[in-house]
Design a protein around this ligand. Structure first.
Ligand code: TYM
Length: 346
C-alpha cells in the first residue's frame, strides 16, 4: 500500500473500481474483482464502486439490455456483500465528472500510449479501422474514473494491469505538465488465487462474458444444476492431480480448476493441491462443483430477489451517484482551475 507521506496533499487512502455492465457477471468478475471489493469494504477503507455504463457503450449495446444488465450487476454487487451504506455504489453516467475529466485526459494521454493497449488490440482485432473512437479512448476514461476520486488503490484482475499503469502515466504527465502534485500514482491491487480465471473450455484463454460459448464460463445468474454441469464438463486431462503446484505447470486446464477451488474456498492453491494430491478429476470436479454451488447459489438467489424491485435498485444507484458526485465534483473543479478554465458560474 502507498505510504501516506508520498501522497499529494489532501489525498487519503481510497479504493475505486468498476465493472462493465455489458452482459452478465461471470465467475471471473466475481473472483477477480467483486469478492475482493467486498473484502476491501470490510477492511474499513473508503470504497467507491462503479458500474461503468459509459465504457459499455464503446461497443454497441441494446438500450433495454444495457439498462437490465446495469440493474442486474448492481443486484450482483449487493448480493455478493457490497453494502450501499458502507460503500458508494453507482452507475458512471450519473456522475458527469467522469466524462469531463476524461476529455482533459484525452488531451494529456499520447496516441502512442493508447496504441500499445493490449485490450484495445484484442478487442479491435483485424477490424481496427471500424471500431468506435470511444473504444480507443477507453483507457483515458478509465483513468478519469479512478482519478476523479484521487483513488489510491484499484482492485482488479490481472487483465486490467496495463490500464492502471496507463492511469499512473496520465497522472504523472498531468502533474508534470501543470507543475502540480495533484493526482496520486494509483496502485493496482491484484491479489489472491484467481486474478486470472480461465475459460472452462480452454485453460489458455481468459474466462469472458464475450466468449461465444456459454460453456466456457459460469455466470452469476446460472442455477445450481447449470454450474455443476459446466464444471463436470470442464476441459481437463487424464492425469490425476499432482502432489505439488510444479506438476501443474504445463496443465493450464487443471491449474485453472485448482485456482478456482482455492479462491472459492479462501485457501491457497498450495493447500488445495496438498488436500487433493493424487485425486482423479472424477473426485475433484464434484467437490469443486459442490463448493461452487454452495458459494454462488446464495448470491444468485439474492440477485433474483433484488431484481424483483428495480425501482429500489435505481434508488440505491441514485443515492450512490449523489455521494460520488460530492467527492468528484470538487476534484474536477480544481482540475479546471489548474488547467486554466474560467469558472464564473459556480
Ligand atoms: P471488466 O468489466 O472486463 O471486468 C471487471 C473486473 O473483473 C475482472 N475480471 C477478471 N478477473 C479474473 N479473471 C477473469 N477471467 C476476469 N474477467 C474479468 C477485471 O480484471 C476487472 O477487475 N476496464 C474495466 C472496467 C473499468 C475499471 C475502471 C476498472 C472501467 N473503469 C476503473 C477499475 C477502475 C473492465 O473492462 O473490466
Amino acid at each position: 500500500m502507498n505510504h501516506p507521506e508520498t501522497l499529494p496533499q489532501g489525498v487519503t487512502p481510497r479504493i475505486f473500481s468498476g465493472i462493465q455492465p455489458s452482459g452478465g457477471l461471470t465467475l471471473g468478475n466475481y473472483l477477480g474483482a467483486l469478492k475482493r471489493f467486498v473484502q476491501k469494504q470490510d477492511e474499513g477503507i473508503e470504497t467507491v464502486y462503479c458500474l461503468v455504463d459509459m465504457h459499455a457503450i464503446t461497443v454497441w449495446q441494446d438500450p433495454a439490455k444495457l439498462r437490465h444488465a446495469t440493474r442486474e450487476a448492481a443486484a450482483g454487487f449487493i448480493a455478493a456483500g457490497i453494502d450501499p451504506a458502507r460503500s458508494i455504489l453507482f452507475n458512471q453516467s450519473q456522475v458527469s465528472a467522469h466524462v469531463e475529466l476524461a476529455w482533459i485526459f484525452n488531451c494529456v494521454a499520447r496516441l502512442g500510449w493508447m496504441s500499445r493497449m493490449t485490450q484495445f488490440k484484442d478487442k479491435a482485432g483485424a477490424n481496427s479501422e471500424n471500431v468506435s473512437l470511444g473504444l480507443y479512448a477507453y483507457p483515458a476514461l478509465m483513468a478519469a474514473d479512478i482519478l476523479a476520486y484521487r483513488a489510491t488503490h484499484v482492485p482488479v484482475g490481472e487483465d486490467q494491469k496495463q490500464h492502471i499503469e496507463l492511469t499512473r502515466d496520465i497522472a504523472a504527465k498531468f502533474n508534470n505538465d501543470y507543475g502540480v502534485n495533484f493526482f496520486p500514482l494509483t496502485e493496482p491491487v491484484i491479489e489472491g488465487a484467481a486474478t486470472r480465471v480461465m475459460s472452462l473450455r480452454d485453460g489458455t484463454k481468459k474466462m469472458s462474458k464475450s466468449d461465444p460459448s456459454d460453456q466456457s464460463r459460469i455466470n452469476l445468474t446460472d442455477d445450481a444444476d447449470t454450474i455443476a454441469k459446466k464444471i463436470r464438463k470442464a476441459k481437463t486431462d487424464a492425469e490425476p492431480l499432482p502432489g505439488s503446484l510444479d506438476g501443474l505447470r504445463d496443465r493450464p486446464d487443471a491449474r485453472n480448476l485448482v485456482n478456482i477451488y482455492a479462491a472459492l474456498a479462501d485457501m491457497t492453491p498450495d493447500a488445495v493441491i496438498t488436500q487433493y494430491a493424487g485425486a482423479q478429476f472424477g473426485t475433484f470436479k464434484p467437490a469443486l462443483a459442490d463448493l461452487a454451488v454452495a458459494k454462488l447459489s446464495p448470491i444468485t438467489t439474492q440477485m433474483t430477489r433484488l431484481m424483483q424491485d428495480p425501482a429500489e435498485i435505481d434508488r440505491i444507484l441514485g443515492e450512490g451517484a449523489a455521494r460520488a458526485d460530492a467527492i468528484a465534483r470538487p476534484i474536477v473543479d480544481q482540475v479546471y482551475d489548474i488547467v486554466g478554465m474560467i469558472r464564473a458560474r459556480r
